[in-house]
Design a binder for this molecule. Sequence first.
Ligand SMILES: [Zn+2]
Length: 174
Amino acid sequence: MKIGEIMTPNVISVTEDTPLREVAQVLDRHRVSGLPVVDGDEHIIGVVSEYDLIAKPNARTAGEAMTHDVISVMEDTSVDEVRFLLVNRKIKRVPVIRGTRLVGIVSRADLVREIAFTWVCQVCGDTERGRNPPDQCPKCGTPSGFEPTVTPPVGEGSDVPSRTCPTCGQELPI
Ligand SMILES: [Zn+2]
């Protein structure tokens, strides 16, 4: 699955000269813990988080408080790669860009939702989203062949294990 399918699109962003008080108000109002900082062309130049606000009491604007080294991903980056990033870099969110423009953000909460509401057909590997698994696979027609998304452990040097189809032995996408 690609990150573009689970990201939060139309993300709220601020500019370098946004006063920190306003940043704090946006964070509070939207109950998010960080915001991308963009220039006039929607190019992402930093991220300002609640941590920055607390840790840098003398900063006056988003530009002064923001973290410059922003890791961003593309819409077609896999969910697994992003999960790996969030865990290994100990970050809470990653901006999603198309070309050089900011198009969304993906947070730990988005990944948690993906785990909670995504079901994988054990026969054809089709993924469906919903509170409950579908009664029948819309792709291969197998009745009740759906199981929760298998989330392989992320760790030092651990490769993502592959899974095989119980019927034909083919590798299933995770
Ligand atoms: Zn199926």
